[in-house]
Design a protein. Structure first.
Length: 162
């Protein structure tokens, strides 16, 4: 039987993160709080991308009355990177969310990127030939650090298939 497994780091809350990661996570929370456009789901998502040149680029979900036209925070942030810092290497992406009236259990559940965003992140990794780490934040509790985003997309489809 074949088996797939990977290791990730759990930090109790944002305050316990090392300074650079804490700053990135806080940027993602700020993006969720101040930049999200989520009138339909009321689920506000923020992403913060750390670049090799030290810049932090934010993105937020941008919903649409025609629901499928909406965009996730991660893809908004990565598209912004492509036009604001073309060719710059992406080191890490923090993802955070904000929602009213969360249960205690939900407030401790981290936000993990949707399948389309995983595929989009995979394309950036392929383009830059360097891994991208992820910081998955819960609302008030733990943060998971995934060292290589491809760990969340095993058996992925990529350009080598075409
Ligand atoms: N959303 C994101 O922005 N990122 C994710 O990783 C998951 C989902 C957004 C899309 C939609 O605006 C809202 O969250 C509810 O699905």
């Amino acid at each position: 039987m074949a088996k797939f497994e990977f290791e990730y780091t759990i930090t109790a809350d944002v305050e316990q993160l090392p300074a650079a990661e804490r700053e990135l996570a806080q940027a993602a929370f700020d993006a969720a709080k101040t930049l999200a456009y989520a009138p339909y789901s009321e689920f506000k998502v923020g992403a913060a991308v750390l670049l090799e040149n030290g810049a932090i680029i934010k993105g937020s979900n941008q919903e649409n009355a025609a629901f499928p036209a909406g965009l996730c925070a991660e893809r908004v942030a990565l598209s912004a990177v492509s036009v604001l810092h073309p060719g710059e290497t992406v080191l890490m992406i923090a993802i955070a969310y904000q929602k009213d009236n969360l249960s205690e259990a939900m407030a401790h559940t981290v936000l993990s990127p949707c399948g389309t965003c995983r595929q989009t992140i995979a394309e950036y990794i392929a383009r830059q030939h360097k891994p991208i780490a992820l910081l998955l934040c819960s609302a008030t509790g733990p943060v998971y650090k995934i060292e290589h985003a491809m760990q969340l997309l095993p058996f992925s489809f990529g350009a080598e298939m075409l």
